[in-house]
Design a protein around this ligand. Sequence first.
Ligand code: NAD
Length: 489
Amino acid sequence: MPSPAVQLNFSTTWSYAPAPESAAHVKVAPRYELFIDNRFTPPAEGGYFDTINPATEKKLSEVARATAADVDKAVAAARRAYEGPWSRLAPNERGKYVYRIARMIQDRARELAVIESMDGGKPIRESRDVDVPLAAAHFFYYAGWADKLDYAFPNRSPKPLGVCGQIIPWNFPLLMAAWKLAPALATGNTVVLKPAETTPLTAMKLAEIIQDADLPPGVVNILTGAGDSGAAIVNHPGIDKIAFTGSTEVGKLIQKSLASSRKKLTLELGGKAANIVFADAPIDQAVEGIINGIFFNQGHVCCAGSRLLVQESIAEMVLRKLKDRMRTLIVGDPLDKNTDVGAINSKPQLEKIQQYLKIGGEEGADLWCTECDLPQRGYWCRPTLFLNCSQSHRVVQDEIFGPVLAVQTFRTVEEAIEKANNTPYGLSGGVWTDKGSKIFKVSSQLRAGVLWANTYNKFDPASPFGGYKESGMGREGGLHGLLPYLSLN
Ligand code: NAD
């Protein structure tokens, strides 16, 4: 066991000068229309709604609200493209378009990163170093598969499905669009995509990229709107497949409404991952992993390590080090390169988190949070711990989707596994230990689709991602991510 005397010392007299990323180069139009058949098209009857910057509460732009009539138009365009130019294209030519999108995302990386941070509240360091590069990497990766599908599935004659409806959440707007579009296009499908209502802007920039990349009209259509626009896509009879990423609650609704239809369905839903720290773990590294696991993207991460399970013998030391490290986290302006924790994505999401802060206290858990200053305007939440939680507490069972970590202890490997598995979710998890055999034992018994050992939140387009239980069905990424977009004879 590491000596408790080995202590990280974060105390310093240094303070950081502001290091804001300039937004002067960014062009955000006052209004965005729907993107149908490669043209920006006014909505039939839905009008427009505002998208705001959650760090300032100021309006950035307004976007169109798609209704059933617009979905009809977009599906018809996608069908024409599917049966026309897109299916006649040689696979390597299709791949070239996907490569082109990847390169154009790289060309416009700085603009996309700034817009992502303005519209969604995430720190610029994350949108610049994670969201945008990973989105480009996803297109590059799947472009490579476009002309190799027969090798990926030998003797199975893979065929595209047709028109895919894709609905995405607000936590990684551009990246989730890439996760959806890249495999669908590489496999020869056409798409109607709906971004989340609070973060439509990078999807509209992606529409510009698709136009500039000269994709045949109708191959990608992007409709903005809220839940009713999403439901109109789900229920449209001309759609062959629905790919949904979002909450378990909405995922269940979609599954019910498609139960008697021929449409294929994949669901990437919520999570409540356990980050398990054993006494033989590299403790300082584990503390960084706990911080990254829950405070990355303000905890708005489906695979966030939102439960800490720490072995009882080291709990006191780990919590002391964790609190010390949490005190150093800078919460504030998402465009400042020093910022660690940005703005909460929307007012309703902040209210949901605040509701859980209340519930946790009422249930008897001990709330501890940092004392950092928060900006006057905007939506903010201090990095928070719930200590002395028990398994039945809602803050242990429910996905809060904010910078709030529920802490529990355990004594044995078996207890850790049982507690980790004891939620309705099964998306991800983390294991911290010096022993390879323990990593294998624990990870083989955790009911979670994605597991990290002695690290956390590592993503790669070649690696499949997805859940068990109420975290969804189907996989995105890697070879597995091609399957939901193909029929195999
Ligand atoms: P949400 O379910 O409220 O919304 C997701 C999307 O669905 C949005 O575009 C929304 O407009 C749309 N929608 C809402 N109601 C709909 C309906 N009835 N029919 C069709 N579409 C509808 O989720 P959210 O709050 O935007 O996102 C957060 C959730 O997403 C969290 O639970 C998180 O865990 C999950 N998520 C999962 C993954 C994953 O890969 N498993 C990745 C990111 C986020």
